[in-house]
Design a protein around this ligand. Structure first.
Ligand SMILES: *Cc1c(COP(=O)(O)O)cnc(C)c1O
Length: 394
């Protein structure tokens, strides 16, 4: 339980396998974080279950106690870091028990009583709860919408700017480079919630952000069976404080979850390409329907988010949102779907949809649907959606 240094700071030799320069996303995903091959060892070593490690003599890192470090995390952290910031050895990545654990670790490790933070007012539905907790600790919280870079207007004197782009569930996009420039000019750090885009869709650190933070529960791992979070950022005092926070709070992933996540990342490129391509097709089909309004998908050329998204994103995600005329109409639609589960969350290989208003947290109309496009055959999925729309229309 010593304040053990990270493997990097301990000066450990990296045993990470090196990829050929210019490798594509599929190659990088299947090889992400793999160690150098060792005869008779597996390609991806299995989960290491250990609360403590043999540690005779002076307690030196990396592996001392299971809340500080675990070899299964180390490989996963290298995998995620390699996708968030290819070719950058100065970037450190830390995995957490959930996306919220990762988000809280940045906010609560960077902010002190008297500081000001700027959050989106249309972001993830737990942010209002986080806001109340920050305020209870004497931190000033300002909010503004994601669209139109409106957070710029409340930046003066802030210590940290929190962006979520594309925003969940409204799918608005802000100009990360522009906001980072403005924040850095005022001495503020910038964190971007990269959950919806995944590191294959957007690389916030390359756009200048100080932290890329995400829920790995969604498309990053993509099977709807684990919770995970991570923070990636340039090594230095801010990341040291995030690491310390993880140790204090103990919001750590189990080795089994970490290993499952790493295994899932091998198929990330195939999943995002399939799901995101189908999402665009689904959006194009939905827009033909008279009962569908307020359709949003950043990949649609005439979507309000498209101009900025096409400059800073490499893929547009698997989430499509739209509004049906009434709550009852939306419920009939969800009931009639056969290939799309009525469930929350998004990013999984099995399509899901939900009436977002049922939670009460988001400012959305009663008929608002968030649809997460899975890896089913696109023709089957489109047919199911159209059949359900016909049935719901009665
Ligand atoms: C789901 C989600 C989170 C929270 O992640 P958990 O893994 O559920 O804790 C944070 N941000 C966004 C944008 C999300 O969609």
């Amino acid at each position: 339980m010593s304040d053990s240094p990270s493997p990097e700071r301990a000066g450990e030799e990296s045993t990470e396998a090196v990829l050929p320069d210019g490798s594509g996303d599929g190659t990088r995903a299947v090889r992400a974080g793999l160690p150098e091959p060792v005869k008779h060892e597996p390609t991806l070593p299995g989960p290491v279950f250990a609360a403590h490690f043999h540690l005779p003599g002076d307690p030196t890192g990396p592996y001392t106690y299971g809340r500080d470090e675990n070899p299964t995390w180390t490989l996963l952290e290298r995998a995620i870091g390699g996708l968030e910031a290819p070719g950058r050895s100065d970037v450190e990545t830390l995995v957490f028990a959930s996306g919220m654990a990762a988000i809280s670790s940045v906010l609560f490790s960077q902010l002190r009583a008297g500081d000001a933070v700027v959050l989106p007012n249309d972001g993830y539905q737990v942010l209002p709860l986080v806001r109340a907790q920050l305020e209870a600790y004497g931190i000033e919280v300002r909010t503004a919408p994601t669209g139109g870079d409106a957070q710029l207007d409340v930046l003066d004197g802030a210590k940290l700017l929190w962006l979520e782009t594309p925003s969940n569930p409204g799918l608005d996009v802000c100009d990360v480079r522009r906001l980072v420039e403005a924040a850095h000019a005022r001495g503020a750090l910038v964190a971007v919630d990269n959950t919806l885009a995944t590191p294959l869709g957007q690389r916030p650190l390359e756009l200048g952000a100080d932290f890329s933070v995400a829920s790995g529960t969604k498309q990053l791992t993509g099977h709807g069976d684990i919770l995970l979070g991570y923070v990636a950022g340039r090594g230095g005092e801010p990341m040291t404080a995030v690491r310390r926070w993880r140790k204090i709070v103990g919001a750590i992933p189990g080795p089994m979850e970490a290993w499952l996540a790493h295994r899932s990342i091998a198929t990330l490129q195939m999943r995002v390409d399939r799901q995101d391509t189908t999402a665009l097709r689904v959006a194009e089909v939905l827009r033909q329907r008279p009962e569908v309004s307020a359709l949003r998908y950043p990949g649609l050329p005439d979507d309000p988010s498209h101009a900025i998204a096409s400059r800073q994103m490499r893929r547009y995600g698997c989430v499509v949102s739209f509004t049906l005329p009434t709550r009852e109409h939306a419920e009939r639609f969800l009931d009639a779907l056969r290939l799309v589960d009525d469930a929350t969350s998004f990013g999984g290989v099995r399509s899901t949809a939900e009436r977002r208003g049922r939670w009460g947290g988001d400012a959305v109309p009663e008929g608002f649907i968030r649809l997460s496009v899975g890896a089913e055959d696109p023709d089957d999925l489109v047919a199911d959606l159209l059949r359900a729309l016909d049935r719901a229309a009665g």
